[in-house]
Design a protein around this ligand. Structure first.
Ligand SMILES: Cc1ncc(C[n+]2csc(CCOP(=O)(O)OP(=O)(O)O)c2C)c(N)n1
Length: 623
């Protein structure tokens, strides 16, 4: 019988001997490889934290002691150890286990994560609540070196340090964000990695000096006074110590014995403690160790063959290619990413124009404000960000870009539903939050070609801030629209087909092609529809739209967004401005957080598949 078969909770882990736990670690690695190669998910990060997670659940009294996993993509081991071993086979499926910690899933999941760098803030809040309630449990935040690059993590560290409360921050340093960690924090950590272990050497020196007859204790006293000087010599990481943390480490994150003893020491210390743990991303699966960024987030793949590089075109790749082309002609174009170079399609740009490429690490807010500075300095910055991560930089969009009318182009990748990563990663709110920002142009392309044209027009012909939002994956259909640049320069919508049935469908992005399919279904039911590709959510091309909706019977809006604040509201407020009486129907996601799973299945659940849409339109038309 495998040891893993005997593990239903951390209590079972605590009963194991060290050797059994080492075996358990290798069984867990095998299981994760089996699950993720079948289901897809985050692989390399989970393989790297197997021993660390076992040690945490051994040393701390979870769930009374509370552990928060930053980002949460590395929580699979934690899920396996906390009673969800079997459910791992439903990982990231609709109604299955989430790929991130979820309070609703388990009492061991303390805080829902997904976006990076929230763990220390949440842990500090829990620690303060514990103190105020007179309780005694331990609060632990597990944060990667990548996640530590975000401003929010620094804000929390500073607050935690000055709070003097008991809180443990475990820094999981694998020298990788999704790509190799770079920047000032990476440099500081790399210095710390190469220096001797402070806590061990400090203890050893102290006990040796104490043994010196008569003058030993005196020396220790003097030495205490000279602590600051000693610190300079022995403490590998002044940054954390100077802030007010007790720094322990670095410790080998794959040596269970050392890890456990370090965690026991941290557990019994007072005040804020930071443990620096060194791990290897992808540990135990050679291909992932060699290429951890490729194995960060994966789809299903063959374990013996590994992931094959596929050169399939998706929106990110089309964006990246076009930007490289434009940057060849226009030396002022700069590209900015917040730790998502390959995800946003910017790898080729980085290689071709390194001096105009800026990876600011997980710092979306800084990315947007820095872009505004670049624009003020005469450059043409293009910031590529996933729609959901842009939520971080909302104030920067308003205050640092739109208010100052700087010519910053923000390309929102993964707009709409993302599927398996679920609620934290869905890009369903960008229209709602961006639409109310004055002086902002917001576009959504129906296919690759329109994305390329929008990018060119936004950079070369528009002035002031622009957003282009596009979905994950491939285009639904290649349209044969011609001379798009001229139309887009005038911020015009595109009438794709006209009908005199009184049904007008206004669609954006990937919903444009769906509108055409819906029209075919409707025709079979005996009604036709006019279809307009809106292209500009802001400013709406009122002239064109008005021409078709005046006198219409039913105006349908189709968007891959939440129903609040997006295209539907824009059209409805325009209709009320011009007192257009037509009935309206919103095809959009409800005012709710949409769960993880296969995109087709989620669309069906919320009535956004072609059949459901056609049914709704037909019913509404007949009412
Ligand atoms: C706000 C935000 N921006 C970007 C991401 C995408 N992202 C997920 S994991 C990750 C890297 C995290 O690196 P690290 O914390 O070191 O964890 P590791 O995967 O190396 O264990 C990034 C950039 C995110 N989840 N949240």
């Amino acid at each position: 019988m495998k040891i893993l078969d005997r593990i239903d909770s951390p209590q079972d882990v605590r009963k194991l001997t060290l050797d059994e736990k080492k075996l358990l670690a290798s069984e867990i690695r095998q299981y994760i490889l089996e699950v993720v190669s079948k289901k897809g998910g985050h692989l390399a990060s989970n393989l790297g934290v197997v021993e660390l997670t076992i040690a945490i659940h051994t040393v701390f009294d979870t769930p009374i002691d509370k552990v928060i996993f930053d980002v949460g993509h590395q929580s699979y081991v934690h899920k396996i150890l906390t009673g969800r071993k079997k459910e791992m086979m439903s990982l990231r499926e609709l109604d299955g286990l989430s790929g991130f910690p979820k309070k609703a899933e388990s009492e061991y999941d303390v805080f829902d994560t997904g976006h990076s760098s929230t763990s220390i803030s949440a842990a500090l809040g829990l620690a303060r609540a514990r103190d105020l309630c007179g309780e005694k449990n331990r609060i632990i935040a597990v944060i990667g070196d990548g996640a530590l690059t975000a401003g929010m993590a620094f804000e929390a560290l500073a607050d935690a340090a000055s709070s003097k409360t008991d809180i443990i921050v475990i820094l999981n340093d694998n020298e990788m964000s999704i790509e190799k960690s770079e920047g000032g924090m990476a440099q500081a950590l790399s210095k710390a990695r190469t220096k001797p272990l402070y806590t061990n050497s400090n203890r050893i020196i102290k006990s040796a000096v104490l043994k010196v007859p008569k003058i030993g204790p005196f020396i220790v006293k003097v030495v205490r006074r000279l602590k600051h000087i000693l610190k300079q010599i022995f403490i590998p990481n002044m940054l954390f110590e100077d802030m007010g943390f007790t720094y322990l480490g670095p410790v080998d994150g794959h040596d269970l014995e050392k890890l456990e003893s370090m965690l026991y020491r941290a557990r019994d210390l007072k005040g804020p403690v930071l443990i620096h743990v060194l791990t290897k991303k992808g540990k135990g699966y050679e291909m992932a160790e060699r290429d951890p960024d490729l194995y960060h987030g994966v789809g299903p793949f063959d374990l013996s063959e590994g992931i094959k590089h596929k050169d399939e075109l998706d929106y990110s790749a089309v964006f990246g290619k076009k930007l490289v082309e434009l940057a060849g002609k226009d030396k002022k174009i700069c590209a900015i990413t917040a730790a998502m170079t390959s995800g946003t399609g910017l790898t080729a740009f980085k290689e071709k124009y390194p001096e105009r490429f800026f990876d600011v690490e997980i710092a979306e807010q800084h990315a947007v404000t820095m872009a505004s500075g670049l624009a003020l300095g005469g450059m043409r910055p293009v910031v590529a960000i996933y729609s959901s991560f842009m939520q971080r930089a909302y104030d920067q969009l308003i205050h640092d870009v739109a208010l100052q009318k700087t010519h910053v182009i923000i390309c929102l990748d993964r707009a709409g539903l993302v599927g398996k990563d679920g609620a934290t990663h869905n890009g369903l709110f960008d229209l709602a939050f961006a639409r109310i920002v004055p002086d902002l142009t917001i576009m959504a392309p129906k296919d690759f070609r329109e994305l390329e044209d929008m990018l060119e027009v936004a950079i070369e012909y528009f002035d002031g801030p622009c957003i282009i939002r596009y979905p994950r994956g491939k285009e639904e259909k290649k349209f044969d629209s011609l001379n798009e640049i001229e139309r887009l320069k005038e911020k015009k919508a595109e009438v794709l087909c006209e009908a005199d049935s009184g049904i007008v469908i206004l669609a954006i992005g990937k919903m444009v092609y769906r509108a055409l399919i819906v029209k075919d279904i409707l025709i079979k039911k005996g009604v036709d529809a006019t279809i307009i590709n809106v292209s500009f959510i802001k400013p709406l091309d009122e002239k064109t739209i008005l021409r078709y909706i005046k006198g219409a019977h039913l105006v349908v809006t189709m968007e891959d967004e939440t129903v609040i604040g997006g295209l539907n509201e824009a059209v409805e407020s325009m209709m009320s401005k011009y007192t257009i009486q037509a009935k309206t129907l919103a095809i959009a996601y409800p005012d709710a957080f949409i769960e993880h799973g296969d995109i087709d299945m989620i669309e069906e659940r919320y009535g956004l598949d072609q059949e459901s849409i056609a049914r709704k339109i037909f019913a509404s038309y007949q009412e």
